[in-house]
Design a protein around this ligand. Sequence first.
Ligand SMILES: Cc1cc2nc3c(=O)[nH]c(=O)nc-3n(C[C@H](O)[C@H](O)[C@H](O)COP(=O)(O)OP(=O)(O)OC[C@H]3O[C@@H](n4cnc5c(N)ncnc54)[C@H](O)[C@@H]3O)c2cc1C
Length: 459
Amino acid sequence: MTYDLCVVGGGSGGFGAALAAARLGASVILVEKSDSLGGNAVRGGVNNWEPGVGGTGIPFDLYRWLRDVPNAIGITSFGQHCLWRGNIPGGESLIDPARHYADSLRRYGSRGMGADEEFCRKYWHSVTFEPAAMADAMETLLAETGQCRLLKKTIFTGAQTDRGRIQSITLDNGETIAAGFFVDGTADALLALACGCEFMTGQESKEKFDEPNAPDKPNDHINGVTLMYRITPTATEAPVPEVPACWWRKGYPYAFFAQYPNGDLAINMLPTMEGREFLQLGYAAAYSECERRVRAHWAWLQATYPEYRRYCWQWFAPALGVRETQRVVGEYVLTENDLLAGLSRQQHPDIIAIADHAKDTHGVGSHGCGELAEPYGVPLRCLIPQGCPNLLVACRAASFSSIAASSCRLSRTMLQLGQAAGTAAVFGITNPAKIRTALRRQHAQVDWPTPPSLAAYLN
Ligand SMILES: Cc1cc2nc3c(=O)[nH]c(=O)nc-3n(C[C@H](O)[C@H](O)[C@H](O)COP(=O)(O)OP(=O)(O)OC[C@H]3O[C@@H](n4cnc5c(N)ncnc54)[C@H](O)[C@@H]3O)c2cc1C
């Protein structure tokens, strides 16, 4: 069968692409290897959209859909533990019914983390959600278009190309899918890999992109990996567990606690495993080693901080939370210099998404956490791999330097990249002005400060 667009991978980026194109009337097929949409935000247990600009188009549609479902989504403020300053080693985000979606759409740069607790409490608000409800919302929005065939539990296995152009892809169920255009949302850009595109892995040297905070020499550090886990409140207090010292090699890492709308907590160790160790072990062995470490972390939390004895264990996320692997080399590579320049000094005519998350790496080789002075833009060229004219990469493996990826990788930014990719697949990638106009019409944010009409739409 031939489709206008074939999207591989149904995480935030892939879902955004499929929905945007289907809403514009394209015939779309979305291939997802697991049993649900949502990728890392659902199966990875990362039920948190951190504060940041740009979450206005499809992310806001998802929010509005979930707002009417009991215990599905909420806006948070910091609880008693604010960014490493409480008595627990981390921070906690708790549901705050007084807040609105628009409150979650700004990070406020250097006024944030580490600078001013009162400011963070007043202005930093995330969105947290029930992962299964998010997956349902995604499927329903796609089904409403009447234009998207969804294949779950189906794995993309190979691509057939002719002079760089993808003709079709093959699936593990034996099907061959032909399409005019393709979007790679697999998080690791596996479709681009199968097409022979060029990739970057590890941290680039200062010389490579002239980034002020890059290391002098390239290295193989990648952002750390976390196995998310979930705990639920109980009426009775648990007995104090024993935590043998041999369970953990050195000090336990900081963790971030994000409340689910039903009162459970998602625990995000920062991180559970070094990125390099993950690559060396491979996915299955890394998952099982992370399980062991998470059990140790949970026992240690209960032994050390009595407030956690009033919770019991619920689950490990079914998928390991992987922040970074390889990144494709596109027509433009977004670098730390774009992040530092911000929209006011970037000169790109093809900005299709904006973001303001900090430079944010975890574990050994961290670039450190660097807040940004103002939002920056992501050019469409970051989604266009070199030499493959009918493919866009709309996932965390798009064309970002290692430092830029540490900021750009957030779920709502991936939804934005997807929305732009799906729109570009319909309008053609050679006319960025037309794509930007179409995105504005879809209430996606490509301008800063927020235009008054968009601010009014969000209320
Ligand atoms: C531990 C952790 C904590 C984080 N915390 C936050 C946070 O607080 N806030 C925030 O906004 N972001 C956070 N992030 C970042 C964010 O969650 C991810 O970067 C983002 O969701 C990735 O989206 P994606 O679309 O690139 O990939 P994914 O969501 O990983 O989607 C990729 C999809 O492709 C599918 N796939 C892969 N291979 C194939 C194949 N061969 N065939 C078919 N399908 C395939 C996968 O099953 C998956 O569904 C965090 C990330 C991690 C790891």
